[in-house]
Design a protein around this ligand. Structure first.
Ligand code: GLV
Ligand code: MN
Ligand code: MN
Length: 409
């Protein structure tokens, strides 16, 4: 590493504020967040703003067939950064957006300093990282690295019934850059931790070692709808009861298997009325673990539980896979680079795995990859109350700047 460089923090924050202003929502205490589900009008407006900034910096902007956007300083294998600007419906201002806008800031700062680098720099934003509207999550980066075919991706159906390819056409983001992409020289993503580890351990920066495995499924239960007052309990085939039992089982699995996480994030009952035994229930199950063998065990135990429950309650239960990614380990040399760069800048740094999914886990399939985490206050995310202090944002962006410049020299 040569001299240490610093980003322009107020310029970065101005862009974060401007992007957040496109689709504002407010939390219970008035905290300013974002609702920008993938490929909605709000996502289009956010994309248009970021692409305008990319063009204003004189970058070469390309859009691929699944709507991923990449802006580079020149041709050839780049040192690339990037993240996503889609959010969950109850999103914060930093999840994803920080990584994209810090990448723009890095490129602007390098130009301003007149640095001559051997390799081009690039910043990308990927389609539907969140997976909140279309599944799987990280869909755009998965297509960019050849993990999912373009046609299959375009045929993905949203939770609101829309077809991904139609939504891309509608918002004007179906581009011509072929997928899979030519591999970058290296990829490094800055992201807020979204968890409590850095704050509780007293560290500013995380050198991310990898991402835990993710298993998403949708469970559909069909029973016998009937009158709540006249149907004896012993004669019920109740989807609401089965859905509740499944949620309890997910918690049991997570509390008995080492390192296991389990979430039922969405439950729908039909017809959803006070005095009607439901006809059907639909719920989602999110299982995660850094250990693939334990994650598989959780999936198997879950499947066996569901089969026994269906038999016992006299309902039919079907399961549909929505996403499945094995745990990812980042490149050892890239992790060390993040760690030594953060330390050289005077920031406390620890190694940790990521609990959330990230586009970097897909890029890791094709090039040396790592991530930089900044501290998330109270570990809150996927919530408008998500917060990272300006000092910590600047610290993370400085690490990104120096890592990218060193890789590109
Ligand atoms: C995606 O960001 C996830 O981890 O749920
Ligand atoms: Mn994210
Ligand atoms: Mn997220």
């Amino acid at each position: 590493m040569t001299e240490l460089l610093h980003i322009n923090a107020s310029r970065l924050h101005a862009r974060i504020d401007a992007l957040a202003a496109i689709s504002p929502i407010f939390g219970a205490q008035g905290e300013p967040g974002n609702a920008r589900l993938a490929l909605t009008d709000e996502d289009r407006d956010g994309r248009d703003l970021v692409v305008t900034w990319m063009r204003d910096l004189g970058l070469h902007v390309e859009i691929d067939g699944v709507g991923n956007v990449v802006a580079s300083t020149g041709p050839g294998a780049s040192v690339m950064t990037g993240s996503h600007i889609d959010t969950v419906r109850t999103g914060g201002r930093f999840d994803g957006n920080l990584g994209v806008l810090a990448g723009l800031e890095v490129i602007e700062r390098v130009a301003e300093l007149g640095l001559i680098l051997a390799r081009p720099l690039a910043v990308a934003f990927f389609t539907n990282e969140e997976g909140a509207r279309f599944q799987p999550d990280m869909l755009g980066s998965l297509v960019a690295v050849g993990g999912l075919g373009l046609e299959e991706a375009l045929d993905t159906t949203a939770i609101d019934g829309a077809r991904l390819g139609d939504e891309l056409d509608r918002i004007g983001y179906a581009g011509g850059l072929p997928c899979p992409w030519a591999a970058p020289h290296a990829f490094v993503e800055l992201h807020v931790e979204q968890g409590p580890v850095l704050e509780s351990e007293g560290f500013t920066i995380g050198a991310v070692t990898g991402v835990q495995g993710i298993s998403w499924q949708e469970v559909t239960i069909v029973g016998q709808s009937n009158h709540a007052g006249t149907t004896p309990m012993r004669l019920r085939h109740d989807p609401a009861y089965a859905a509740a039992a499944i949620a309890v089982e997910v918690r049991r699995l997570a509390s008995t298997l080492p390192g296991q996480l389990g979430t039922v994030g969405k439950i729908d009952l039909t017809p959803n009325l006070i005095n009607v035994v439901p006809a059907s229930a639909s719920l989602t199950v999110d299982l995660r673990n850094t250990d693939e063998a334990i994650l598989q065990r959780a999936e198997h135990e879950f499947a066996a539980f569901v089969d026994a429950l269906a038999e016992a309650e006299g309902v039919t239960i079907s399961r549909r896979r929505l996403a499945r990614f094995e745990p990812v380990e980042f490149d050892a040399e890239m992790i060390a680079r993040v760690e030594t760069t953060a330390a050289a800048l005077g920031h406390s740094v620890m190694r940790l795995p990521s609990g959330a999914g990230h586009d970097a886990q897909m890029l890791a399939r094709v090039c040396p990859t790592s991530m930089i985490f900044t501290n998330s206050v109270k570990g809150i995310s996927h919530n408008p109350a998500e917060y990272t202090s300006p000092d910590d944002i600047a610290a993370g962006a400085d690490v990104l700047l120096n890592v990218m410049v060193d890789l590109a020299r």
